[in-house]
Design a protein around this ligand. Structure first.
Ligand SMILES: *Cc1c(COP(=O)(O)O)cnc(C)c1O
Length: 385
């Protein structure tokens, strides 16, 4: 919830900007940390959700590791002080340069997404006189019941290694002398709000690890990835993701063998709600059939609605007056640059401040300069006090 004092302070700041509520971030991390400590689980924050220095500092201070999907993310994680021993690195297209850099950094695990990648990592590690720790990202063929662009665990998705290739994996593991096998990795999608999806994942993990046990390949680690969703409909009423329910579901459904470690890779659920995109109304355009509220923030600042048809709650921070229906749109020359159609928002006029909520994850980090627009800056609640 954005406070009155904060809205007052916004008055002198150039819009649009991202506003980060650091108290909410800490509250979210307190809740998350309590849960993983309760079960003795390990967590690696998915940097791609939001890679701002201040956010990374705060998350690192809670003892979390980092989940990276590119060589530059690995570099950033190391530079931000994350323990290399807690860095995991996934991605279907790791380049030789990226693999070498990660080997030099001494990361905890490469999460391998294809059979040829295992061979390449082995060969590159051999060339450097190192041993690479790897896990196999398995494609468990699970429907995450989320938008198709953020589903990753179906067999038609490009991610992970399918079970029919396990025999090839086993052959490679036996031959590759510069590889140390740690275990299995899964990540089936993002913005998953139906907990039964995670229960199903746990059962698939058990089925799939049976294959390795039968082939006498020890599975020391189980990494269940991220994907827990947040409440985009009611961010003010429900600001912290439901970690207790999520981990209770995992705990009740996942078979953990003695000595096995369980890992997670939360992204959105940690940072989604602490970020808001703050914008001003430039024009109210009254048509015959509808009214448009035209904001100075556009799809280049937050691409989720245009890219994933995502819903973001919109609030007029300058007025609590009667609510009217507006098509709330951005200034970019694309019809998909639309924040929402027929949204109920307090009657607005030029200069009113709007908040587009739940913009902390996959917001600023995906910003671009399309239409030669400036990149919006970040403002942190700690600096307004
Ligand atoms: C993006 C990603 C995550 C984080 O996903 P969220 O839905 O933001 O929790 C975790 N693991 C991998 C491998 C990812 O690519």
């Amino acid at each position: 919830m954005i406070t009155k004092q904060q809205v007052e302070a916004f008055g002198s700041i150039e819009t649009p900007f991202y506003f980060y509520d650091m108290d909410l971030l800490r509250q979210t991390l307190d809740s998350y940390k309590a849960q993983i400590d309760k079960y003795g689980y390990n967590a690696h924050y998915a940097l791609k959700a939001n890679a701002n220095d201040r956010i990374l500092d705060t998350i690192r201070s809670y003892g979390l590791g980092a989940d990276c999907v590119s060589g530059n993310e690995v570099k950033l994680a190391v530079r931000s002080g994350f323990d290399p021993q807690k860095i995991v690195y996934a991605g279907v297209g790791k380049s030789d340069k990226e693999i070498r850099a990660a080997l030099r950094a001494g990361i905890f695990s490469f999460n391998c997404e294809s059979v040829p990648e295992i061979q390449i990592i082995n060969d590159l590690a051999a060339g450097m006189g190192k041993k690479a720790r790897i896990s196999i990202r398995v494609n468990p063929d699970i429907d995450a019941h989320t938008h198709k662009y953020i589903s990753t665990g179906l067999k038609e998705n490009k991610f992970g290694i399918s079970p029919w290739a396990f025999q090839d994996v086993a052959g490679l593991l036996a031959r590759c002398t510069h590889i140390e096998f740690l275990g299995l990795h899964f990540h089936v999608g993002s913005q998953i709000t139906e907990l039964p999806v995670f229960a199903l994942l746990c059962r698939r993990v058990e089925e799939l690890q049976q294959w390795f046990i039968e082939h006498r390949i020890p599975v020391r680690n189980l990494n269940l990835g991220g994907g827990l969703g947040i409440n985009y409909q009611d961010p003010n009423g429900d600001p912290v993701a439901h970690f207790a329910d999520y981990f209770d579901t995992i705990h009740r459904n996942l078979v953990v063998r003695p000595g096995q470690n369980v890992h997670f890779e939360p992204g959105r659920a940690l940072v989604g709600q602490c970020g808001h995109l703050i914008s001003r109304v430039l024009y109210v355009k009254v048509g015959k059939e509808k009214k448009f509220a035209i904001l100075d923030a556009g799809m280049n600042d937050l691409i989720r609605p245009a890219l994933y048809q995502a819903h973001h709650a919109i609030e007029n921070l300058s007025s609590t007056g009667r609510k009217l229906r507006y098509d709330v749109v951005g200034p970019v020359c694309e019809s998909s640059d639309c924040w929402g159609q027929k949204r109920l928002v307090s009657r607005c006029e030029r200069g009113d401040l709007f908040a587009i909520h739940s913009a902390g994850a996959y917001g600023q980090v995906m910003a671009m300069k399309y239409n030669q627009r400036d990149l919006a800056k970040a403002v942190y609640s700690d600096d307004l006090k």
